[in-house]
Ligand binder design. Sequence first.
Ligand SMILES: *[C@@H]1O[C@H](CO)[C@@H](O)[C@H](O)[C@H]1NC(C)=O
Ligand SMILES: *[C@@H]1O[C@H](CO)[C@@H](O)[C@H](O)[C@H]1NC(C)=O
Ligand SMILES: *[C@@H]1O[C@H](CO)[C@@H](O)[C@H](O)[C@H]1NC(C)=O
Ligand SMILES: *[C@@H]1O[C@H](CO)[C@@H](O)[C@H](O)[C@H]1NC(C)=O
Ligand SMILES: *[C@@H]1O[C@H](CO)[C@@H](O)[C@H](O)[C@H]1NC(C)=O
Length: 393
Amino acid sequence: MVNTVIVGHGRKSHGEKASILSRRHVFRSRQKLVIMISVSLCLLALFKLHSLYELSSPTPLPRLRSRFSNYSYIGPPKIAFLFLVRRNLPLDFLWGTFFENADVANFSIYIHSAPGFVFDETTTRSHFFYGRQLSNSIQVLWGESSMIEAEKLLLEAALEDPANQRFVLLSDSCVPLYNFTYMYNYVMGSPRSFVDSFLDVKEGRYNPKMSREIPREKWRKGSQWITLVRKHAEVIVDDEIILSVFKRHCKRRPPVDTRKGKLNLKLQKQHNCIPDEHYVQTLLAMYGLEGELERRTLTYTLWNQSATNMENSGWHPVTFTYASASPQKIREIKGINHVYYETEYRTEWCRANSTLVPCFLFARKFSLGAAMRLLSEKVIGSFEVFALLDAPP
Ligand SMILES: *[C@@H]1O[C@H](CO)[C@@H](O)[C@H](O)[C@H]1NC(C)=O
Ligand SMILES: *[C@@H]1O[C@H](CO)[C@@H](O)[C@H](O)[C@H]1NC(C)=O
Ligand SMILES: *[C@@H]1O[C@H](CO)[C@@H](O)[C@H](O)[C@H]1NC(C)=O
Ligand SMILES: *[C@@H]1O[C@H](CO)[C@@H](O)[C@H](O)[C@H]1NC(C)=O
Ligand SMILES: *[C@@H]1O[C@H](CO)[C@@H](O)[C@H](O)[C@H]1NC(C)=O
């Protein structure tokens, strides 16, 4: 390369003198080049050293930006209900009745649905949901990190309103177990978030490749269905670092395909992170915020612990039907006052602001029939049958 340039230069020169001059020039050019290369090498070495240094020390977490903080907010605090749904809200009629008995100044609703899906007269039976879908929703792959991104979009939208002081994440199969007033006083009365969070020692979902950013002792597991105070909602919305680690090293395992035989076994042994069961818990642990949590979820799930399920892809939540959502069963769920966490030998007596309370305010998964039964048994308060009959299907 260098030679080619010099030859080219020489050939363009005129006669002997020019040629000698040219050779001198060549010499100087070479000197310059050597210096340039040396300087470059030095810089490169410095840069390498710097990145080596970075490698050996854990990435520090950024200070919280609190760009939404409004601690000066005075006025009736709202609970933001954040619905993370596939498309529509099949149990809208039950929630509609729930909100009917509330004060509109005490709550707000946000929905993350499939992009383009609109909540209006034609798609929902309850006016509370009209137009409440996010306009920037994304395509969610269930159990992938896109689900966390959708949660973050919901929290971000809800944080825009300074009146929103609590944030309840719900799915399209969640139901309320109490009337609004009871739920409101319970959630607002607690200065802490409700986040199911426990040590995850058994299952090997932790990927050692994350250890630089997420030390093993901060790795947590817990239910996705959380209720947050404003400060913790901000931490989640502001985080980019831990989420990017999850995106790189925490992926969902492919579904069981028994035709694949041995290969299937191997696939099932790789890290199956299920980000939505780890992200919020781990993030809050990393920020040292666990002391500000009630470490349990407000949403009841009944797990099908049948042996056949265990062999396949683990336990599945049972879906309540009209028959199984009996008043007796609902009373049982509402009567639960403690939860035992096996990995920590921890019995969590359910409290809200130090007062012993029933553990669960919500439950999943409920079919249409099961939700109908809740309504007719007046679990969440009185309702108008006619409103229901009038509504579109
Ligand atoms: C904070 O809340 C108060 C109402 O209590 C409002 O007047 C003010 O504009 C809010 N500030 C911000 C930055 O949102
Ligand atoms: C709400 O539920 C609580 C607890 O179940 C009950 O004591 C209260 O009377 C109910 N309030 C209304 C307005 O239905
Ligand atoms: C609405 O909130 C106020 C306090 O902020 C409370 O006194 C009232 O009971 C709430 N209304 C309902 C229906 O929960
Ligand atoms: C929690 O309980 C204490 C003492 O009973 C009370 O002073 C405080 O206002 C309660 N906190 C909330 C958020 O209601
Ligand atoms: C539990 O799972 C088994 C096997 O998949 C299934 O046959 C059974 O119906 C499930 N039970 C309930 C209550 O959903």
